[in-house]
Design a binder for this molecule. Structure first.
Ligand code: 1CP
Length: 347
């Protein structure tokens, strides 16, 4: 086995330990994907999107593509948050041009068909991908593993796919909280052990995506997002106390304060709407901040991009900080604008 490079000195890890660096480390959510022609080419070799996620040769290749092109400071495992319900036994597929689809759970009874039997066997190709990435990545590049947070994953399991208002999933929570709690608890257990396995395969950092956290009233946000994420982080820390966790509770507004104080995460991903000075004054003394360029400014490029990068750096780079977007790269992003961004952040 090739010698693994020590994590401590990688810029991402230093930032997550609370160091303020002369240039912030940079990586981008969805840095691999449809905006890259080389991704489209590799994707064409797979038998659909899930096959791409479960074929280590192809998943390693698409993970490395943005690293080769841009030299990001971190690489994120290429997979999807929906492999977890798939591995729990739910039917999941991706419709071309539409997105993810699942055979929605309709009642608590449907939960009986899901469980952890065979879970890690199903996900073995993902762990293999992680191990191979750790061997193949450049010495200075940190490897991030990830999973969806319980609420965000549950929303797909109950809605049967993407949703505008999350009406079905939230109605479960309000009308049948005990059934909803069982879904969340199953996901807390599955996600904790999934992330622990990714760490054991070679992930040096893990990120939890709570992309749809911003739809709840405050008490429900605490119960269905903050507390489950807290539990997952505590479960990881019980086994791997030195592995940093980044939490991305998108859209939670002032509740970012509670996530900073109480989640146990070392890094907090800011969405595009979080005011920079407020984040610096109220969050950055407690956690390393990550974010929060509007992905559409990366589509626009030019002066809009230049000004936005300068504003973000001026506000946040005086403390522990990781440059990123406020949500994932969109497919219409011109690859050369990412090049421009790299130059601006490293200037
Ligand atoms: O057609 C294609 O090629 C598939 C497009 C695609 C890609 C590239 C999907 C379908 N997933 C991914 C990869 C992916 N998804 C990664 C790894 C790549 C990287 O970051 O470089 C990660 C971290 C995710 C995470 C993910 N999947 C999230 C959380 C992050 C976020 O963007 O909010 C969510 C919500 C998903 C679900 C999902 N999978 C795919 C799509 C198009 C979606 C979103 C659908 C929706 O808006 O509801």
């Amino acid at each position: 086995m090739a010698k693994r490079v020590k994590s401590e000195n990688k810029l991402l890890l230093r930032a997550l330990r609370g160091e303020t660096l002369p240039h912030p480390p940079i990586w981008l959510m969805r840095q691999a994907g449809r905006y890259l022609p080389e991704y489209m080419k590799t994707r064409g070799q797979a038998n659909g999107f899930l096959d791409l996620c479960y074929t280590p040769d192809l998943a390693v290749e698409v993970t490395l593509q943005p690293i080769r092109r841009y030299g990001f400071d971190a690489s994120i495992l290429f997979s999807d948050i929906l492999v977890v319900p798939h591995a729990l036994g739910q039917k999941v597929w991706f419709e071309e041009g539409v997105g993810p689809k699942l055979e929605a759970l309709t009642s608590g009874a449907d939960l009986e068909s899901l469980g952890l039997d065979g879970f890690h066997e199903h996900l073995a190709p993902v762990y293999e991908t992680v191990g191979r990435l750790r061997e193949e990545l450049p010495a200075e590049t940190a490897l991030i593993g990830f999973a969806g947070a319980p609420w965000t994953v549950a929303s797909y399991m109950l809605e049967g796919g993407s949703s505008k208002d999350f009406g079905t999933a939230k109605t479960w929570a309000y009308s049948r909280p005990e059934d909803f709690r069982r879904v969340i608890e199953l996901l807390v257990e599955a996600t904790s052990s999934y992330l622990i396995r990714q760490i054991e395969a070679g992930a040096e950092v893990v990120q939890l995506f709570d992309s749809w956290a911003g739809v709840w009233p405050e008490k429900d946000l605490r119960r269905w997002c903050l507390e489950p994420c807290q539990k997952i982080i505590a479960n990881i820390k019980a086994v791997h106390p030195d592995i940093p966790v980044i939490l991305f509770p998108r859209g939670v507004g002032l509740a970012y304060l509670d996530f900073a104080r109480e989640s146990g995460a070392q890094g907090l991903g800011l969405d595009t709407t979080v005011p920079l000075d407020w984040a610096r004054d109220h969050l950055q003394s407690q956690v390393t901040l990550q974010g929060n360029l509007d992905p559409i400014k990366l589509v626009a490029g030019g002066d809009a991009l230049k000004r936005a990068v300068a504003d973000i750096r001026e506000a946040l780079a005086g403390g522990p900080f990781i440059f990123n977007l406020g949500h994932g790269i969109v497919p219409q992003t011109p690859p050369e604008h990412v090049e421009q961004l790299m130059k601006l952040v490293r200037a």
